[in-house]
Design a protein around this ligand. Structure first.
Ligand SMILES: Nc1ncnc2c1ncn2[C@@H]1O[C@H](COP(=O)(O)OP(=O)(O)O)[C@@H](O)[C@H]1O
Ligand SMILES: [Mg+2]
Length: 474
């Protein structure tokens, strides 16, 4: 976006003068004040002009507390458009001092608006970040070029309005989208942000490609966005038909970047895409999907490649260091390259392999995987999960199976203990083990720890559960 918030005090002063000048005249969309978070914050249900005026009123109230004369002077001069002579009379001052006082008053008002802006900005950053899910990673490896490119495309004025990060499960689509949005939240104040996660693979018998039984529809996505953007506020649209209109109005007046994670799990993509086209411009949509949307020519495709050998080794080493796997951490690159040679550069697959090194030596883990060398990714995963499974004790298996009942964003300890029906200590002991194996993720949401499983792990468990059900039938 070309409009940027001002940086220097004189720039700010000019802006405030401008705001005061258009007070009674009305502001059009080209008004530079539209870039202020303090204005956006006040735009919720009003138009731009009303929001700017509200900002001025609020700033003048603060100014009146600090210096009543300044506030009165500015009101008389700019809102009531009184002549200097009249103002001088009302304030019992000489005409010549009015000009000086007006300059000082403007500066004081500017400083107040700057304070309001920085607090509004902090508030907005916090509220946008709270719409994201807690990240599953500490440090991403090998994503700098992706982040730079996608940030450039997403924050440019104009098309593309819809972007899709595409690639196999576990390749890092969600992590990349998360890192990208976190970066943009801090980098630009031209956009609001929203994030919605379509439910991941569910339904008995879903394969690793992720056929789904309980899927979100376009309506669910619209409602989830309405929930995020309106919260419990009074203007919140109440019926589904109102929701699309209200959302359209909001996304057209205030540009947003909206993420829809796991597009492939949405049942009616052919309805969703036209809806997104209607909602986009100037707002933009970032989708993540296991399936390529190559048939959609107006979508900007970003196929996410696997990590290079160098980055894969870096990821393995980073994970080994975080997890105190000193022997792995200290291995030379040539040894660690074996992991890459077998599983390739898929981050989740690499993490699953490293996790097993807590319980078994690396050569044994690799020997297990050797027969999967050259498998297509789905088969490779099936093989990896199978080998991990074979090395799990019964209780860990029970707890892992119970994790299928958690929603994508995870659940807390009480929930998991509740569904297993086992003792809390046993369950948490196994959860720790499953976390070390990278089968269970733990994220922290304020004071609450949530445990979740990746959609591929979920798929594996479904397939497995189906097999057992079949095997145990007479
Ligand atoms: N570049 C990376 N560096 C480090 N960890 C990564 C990277 N990409 C993904 N991960 C981790 O790998 C796992 C799978 O990534 P995720 O984004 O969930 O994949 P996807 O959404 O494509 O299925 C997550 O635990 C994530 O934190
Ligand atoms: Mg994902």
């Amino acid at each position: 976006m070309t409009r940027q918030a001002p940086h220097s005090l004189p720039e700010w002063e000019n802006l405030i003068k401008y705001a005061l000048a258009v007070w009674t005249v009305g502001a059009d969309d080209a008004n530079p004040l539209v870039s202020l978070s303090a204005v956006r914050e006040r735009m919720k249900s009003r138009n731009l002009h009303a929001a700017i005026n509200q900002l001025l009123e609020d700033a003048l109230l603060l100014l009146a507390e600090r210096s009543p004369k300044y506030a009165q002077l500015l009101r008389l001069r700019f809102r009531d458009k009184e002549l200097v002579r009249v103002v001088a009379n009302k304030l019992s001052l000489a005409e010549s001092s009015i000009y000086r006082m007006q300059r000082d008053a403007l500066q004081a008002l500017t400083e107040i608006v700057m304070e309001m802006e920085s607090s509004a900005r902090r508030g907005m950053i916090g509220s946008f970040e709270s719409r994201l899910e807690p990240p599953t990673y500490f440090d991403l490896v090998g994503v700098d070029a992706h982040l730079t490119k996608l940030a450039e495309v997403l924050s440019a004025d104009g098309p593309p309005w819809i972007l899709a990060i595409e690639g196999m499960g576990g390749i890092g689509k969600t992590a990349l989208a998360d890192a990208l949005i976190r970066r943009l939240i801090h980098q630009t104040n031209q956009y609001g942000f929203a994030w919605t996660t379509a439910r991941q693979d569910s339904g008995i018998g879903a394969g690793l490609q992720g056929a789904t039984a309980f899927q979100l529809s376009t309506n669910d996505i619209i409602l989830s966005l309405v929930n995020q953007l309106w919260g419990d506020t009074t203007g919140r649209p109440s019926s589904p038909s109102e929701a699309l209109h209200a959302l359209e109005y909001k996304l057209k007046t205030i540009p947003h970047i909206v993420v829809i994670d796991n597009l492939e799990t949405i049942s009616d993509v052919e309805t969703l895409l036209p809806a997104l086209r209607r909602l986009a411009r100037p707002s933009k949509f970032l989708l993540t999907s296991r399936q390529s949307l190559f048939a959609e020519t107006d979508v900007y495709h970003y196929p996410l490649p696997p990590l290079s050998q160098k980055d894969s080794i870096a990821l393995v080493r980073q994970e080994a260091q975080n997890e105190n796997l000193t022997e792995i951490f200290q291995l030379p690159d040539t040894e660690l390259a074996q992991i890459f040679e077998v599983v390739g550069g898929n981050p989740l697959a690499l993490l699953l392999v490293v996790g097993q090194c807590h319980f078994r030596p690396l050569p044994a883990v690799l020997a297990d995987l050797l027969e999967a060398r050259g498998y297509r990714t789905e088969r490779l995963y099936a093989h990896i999960y199978r080998k991990i499974w074979e090395n799990l004790d019964d209780l860990s298996r029970d707890v892992l199976m119970a994790m299928q009942l958690t929603p994508p964003k995870g659940e807390d300890q009480d929930f998991i203990v509740g569904v297993t029906g086992l003792g809390a200590e046993d369950v948490m002991d196994r959860i720790d083990k499953l976390m070390v194996l990278n089968l269970v993720d733990c994220t922290r949401d304020k004071h609450l720890y949530r445990y979740s499983i990746h959609s591929l792990t979920r798929s594996f468990l479904h397939t497995q559960a189906m097999q057992w059900l079949n095997e145990s039938l007479p």
